[in-house]
Structures are given as C-alpha cells and as structure tokens.
Design a protein around this ligand. Structure first.
Ligand code: FPP
Ligand code: MG
Length: 314
C-alpha cells in the first residue's frame, strides 16, 4: 500500500470517528462524546488497513472494520480504567477520574454501541462475530480480575488472558477481512495473525508498564504493580531462584520506591530481556503467515509494521 493510500484511508477512518463523536456530542456534550472516538496511536487501525490491503479487501469495508475495532477498543479501555483505577490515558484524565466510575462505564457503553453500529455496515456476520469477540474480551478481563494479587500465575495462564482480552479484537478483524477478501488465501492465517499480534502488543505494553515514563506513554507507569497484576517479567522473576525472594518481598510491599526497585531487579536478572525474547519468538512465528498473504507488497508492509510494533518505545 502506498504511503498516500494508507494516509488517506487513515484520514477517512478518523473522519468517520469524528462524525460519530459529533452526532453523540449533540446528545451528551462534546466533552464526554470525545472519549468515544478518541484516537490513540491507531495501531489497531493501521494493522487492520494493512491486513485488508494484503487481502485485497475493498477499502471502504476495511475502514469500517478499523473504525469498529477502534470504537470497541475505546469501550474496553473506558471500562478497564474504571476497573484498574486508571486516572490518565493518552495524556488526558479519564472520565472515571473526572466524573466517577458510573460515568466512565456509561461512556464506555456508548463507544460499544457505536462500534457495533459500525460493524453492522460491514455485514450481519461481522456483528455476530464481534459479539462473540467482546464476550471473549470480557471473559479475559474477568480471568485477570480473579488472578489479581496472586503470584501464582503461569506463562500459559498469562497468554490465555492476553489472547482473550487483547487479541480477540485483532482476531475478529482478521476473520472479517478474510470473509471479505476476494482473493485466494489460507483462511486460518488472518485470524491467527491477530491472536499473535494481540499477545505481542500485550507483552510489550506490560514491559512498558515498568519502563516507560508517563510523558511518553500518556499513562503512569507501575499500574500493574499497583493493581496486583502479575505480568510476564514478574512471572519470569518468580521462576528465577536468584530473584524470587526479593520479588515476593517487593510484591507485598506498599513503599513508593518499589517500582524502581522492581525495575532494578528485572534489569539485573535480565527478566525484561527474557520477556522481550518471548515477544520476539511470537513475532518470528507469525511473520511467515503475513508474508504468505496474496497481495505481496502490502503483506511485506504488514511484516514491517509487526516489527515496528515489537520495537516500539512509545
Ligand atoms: C487494557 O488492559 C484492557 C483490555 C485490553 C481489554 C479490556 C476488556 C474489557 C473491559 C471487556 C470488554 C468490554 C467492552 C465494553 C468492549 P491493560 O489494563 O493491561 O492495559 P492498560 O495498561 O492500557 O490499562
Ligand atoms: Mg488497565
């Protein structure tokens, strides 16, 4: 896909989101409606547009799939910030921080309905499968809720949660784009690419929760530690005889300096590098599926995007 083609598709995705926000703003006020279509890094949109192109999908359809993904993603973050007590997202205070959880939940519901309406523009099958995807996301978030506080989380358990709460939307985009594709391709590849992309994104996000400054991430570091959510670097530390005791001590502590101490411990033990190695392993496994997609030029760009997703420091 040429840079101009991707840029104009991205612009149309943004304009479509703004249109939905403007219509809602007339009902609930621009400030609240803004959260529904608030663009973040648009990683999911870029992924969806590139995948759509690699599958030869009509760009109008692919853009609707991308908007549905962004809207449902926003819905899930609005709810997640109520659950995780997230007060800052994308550099701005969350609605739950400003107006309380009840408002955060309801604005999330608005985003959810807008996402469903956008999926309905694609096909009735897209709506049916999006309902199933959101159910998976919710089950993933519930599983995570039950694991909170526990140091007894396996790598498989962590991947299981990530595959539901984060990958389900990517997987959905893959399935719908595969259905919409007029070109011959292996039907299992687009959805399984989505599963891998979501887990990859989640591992990187969880590493960033320890390493990225608020000014870069747009959200404060240390939220997972604060919420008692054991992520991959911590699971790896639990598995390491040299780190386990110190990590258990830090986990139970409430001191303000424990994020820095955890970071120092993870660096010393090489646990962030091990977690990044896991992400690299997942990326290496998925690239051949992307490379085999029928439109070779766009497929190569998708591979470049995956690599950027892995290397990102924002
Ligand atoms: C962020 O995770 C949250 C998710 C990836 C999914 C949350 C899913 C739900 C709330 C269920 C689905 C609900 C609807 C309405 C679609 P994180 O806490 O690891 O990321 P963060 O650090 O950015 O908060
Ligand atoms: Mg969260």
């Amino acid at each position: 896909m040429s840079v101009e083609a991707l840029d104009s598709s991205l612009d149309r995705v943004r304009t479509g989101l703004e249109r939905r926000v403007a219509a809602l703003g007339a009902r609930v006020g621009d400030h609240l409606a803004g959260y529904v279509g608030q663009p973040g890094k648009l990683l999911r949109t870029r992924y969806t547009l590139l995948l759509g192109r690699a599958l030869g999908v009509d760009s109008i359809q692919a853009e609707s799939v991308a908007r549905a993904v962004e809207l449902v993603h926003n819905a899930s973050l609005l709810h997640d910030d109520c659950i995780d007590e997230g007060l800052l997202r994308r550099g701005v205070p969350t609605p739950n921080a400003l107006f309380g959880d009840r408002t955060g939940i309801l604005v999330g519901d608005l985003a959810f309905t807008q996402g469903m309406a956008e999926a309905a523009l694609v096909s009735s099958e897209a709506v049916r499968s999006l309902v199933a995807a959101v159910q998976e996301m919710t089950i993933g978030e519930l599983q995570e809720e039950f694991l909170k506080g526990s140091l007894n989380v396996s790598v498989e358990g962590y991947y299981g949660v990530a595959a539901r709460k984060t990958s389900a939307l990517f997987e959905w985009a893959g399935r719908v784009l595969s259905d919409e594709s007029p070109l011959d391709h292996r039907r299992e590849d687009p959805p399984r690419l989505g599963v891998a992309a979501g887990v990859l994104l989640q591992i990187v996000d969880d590493i960033h929760d320890f390493t990225l400054a608020e000014a870069v991430a747009g959200k404060p570091p240390g939220q997972d530690l604060h919420n008692g959510r054991l992520t991959l670097p911590g699971i790896i530390a639990m598995d390491d005889d040299a780190s386990r005791e110190r990590w258990i001590g830090l986990w139970g502590e409430r001191s303000s300096g424990r994020l820095d101490q955890a970071l120092a411990l993870f660096k010393e033990g090489g646990h962030l590098d091990t977690a990044r190695g896991e992400a690299r392993r997942i990326m290496t496994a998925m690239l051949p599926w992307a490379e085999a997609l029928p439109q070779r030029e766009a497929a190569a760009e998708l591979c470049g995007f995956m690599t950027a997703l892995f290397n990102r420091e924002f």
